[in-house]
Design a protein around this ligand. Sequence first.
Ligand code: URP
Ligand code: ZN
Ligand code: ZN
Length: 457
Amino acid sequence: MYDTVIHGGTIFTPDSVFVGDIGISGDTIGEIKEGGGLDGDKIIDAMGKCVFPGFIDPHVHIHLPFMGTNAIDDHESASKAALVGGTTTIIEMICPGPEDEPAKAFAEWKELAEEGSCCDYTFHLAVVRFDETAKTQLRELVANEGVQSFKIFLAYKGALDISDENLHELMLMCKELGVTLTAHCENAEAIDAKQKQLIAEGKTGPEWHEPSRPRGVEAGGVQHLCEFAERTGATIYVVHTSCGEAINNAMQARERGVDVTVEAVAPHLVLDKTYAERSNFEGAKFVMSPPLRDAKEHESLWNGLASGEVLTIGTDHAPFNYSGQKDMGKDAFTLIPNGIPSIQERVDLVHTYGVCTGKIELRKMVDVCSTNVAKIFKMYPKKGALAVGSDADIVVYDPNYVGTFNHKDGLSKIDYSGFEGMQRKGRSDIVLLRGKVVAEQGAFIGECAGGKYIPRK
Ligand code: URP
Ligand code: ZN
Ligand code: ZN
């Protein structure tokens, strides 16, 4: 007799798909039985629905002091939004300033998550400071605290960027420690120069954000990162890739033996640069970096996902209110805080615009939004799999739900939705985190601060 049985759904295990039951004991999966027949104290009817492993978002910002302000969510609001959208584990970016010690930053972010997160969480640690103190602390965090991925920015000159000298040494450290280096790939200097030129010409609106950091700047950043990885042997992960040229540069490096993984994020897959060109400063809602591109880049990204060139889909959730935050850049697009949040919408966007349009298979959706993330970031098979012994993080998904994306349904604190009014097909009907039902049909019904830190090895 199991504590809970999920009955009669179409179950996606790591290697097959069948109709059956899942038996849950405590917080783990005890049995998976094709055809069904398991008994439980509590039965969840999943007939006609898909049953997926809990989704994992590899790229989230919650506590984010950035561009003169702070992202508007806290761990409670962001994690509730994640859970109702089917995401049971997030990887948050710890982004300290250039003066901050990595150990203090890790403790600060972890404490905030412990106090508020309703979903499970782990961290990528941004390396912004890289003196001897920082280097010692980075090693200690890897040895003692379960940190297994660092983050660097080849962007945001003077705020978060890293010198080539430090990049080289950091990659050698990553190689030695077996840590994956995730990277925002652009070219901080090129962007700075172009931004100054555009502002001097009076081109100050959000529609100039994309021209200030064109595709070549991003592709060049990927090339740069890959060349360093080729020299050092580091394992690299390119975050929020927006265009075909950037993917191609990564794939050419892969052919040369570089261990490089490419991530896409939800906004780049469904929105395009015309959103940032909307009049009356509405375009500011759609300013993120790398920027939204021409719609034809959607095809590059979906094709990359279908072919296996792109292995994960995250959100780059970075919520800044339109009113009071985005409008800091009314007179200069360079001052608009960057970010288009989608922590709640990610899975349904991928389902609606990827699966339902035939661009990717349902299995691929599970892989890129859950299983691959768990494997790449060393959480598999505890996370990312419906398998005996795995955490009972489970999504009963209704692929036939039809609706629209609306800000009013959002649990994030953000004051707008970048996907307002867009068609939606599919919904996470019931979401379980380690065996407990935490969300039902768009409502959070779990325990506040019930999330756990997932140390990685
Ligand atoms: O626009 C973005 N991506 N904002 C968050 C910071 C980052 O670059 O990931
Ligand atoms: Zn970034
Ligand atoms: Zn980001």
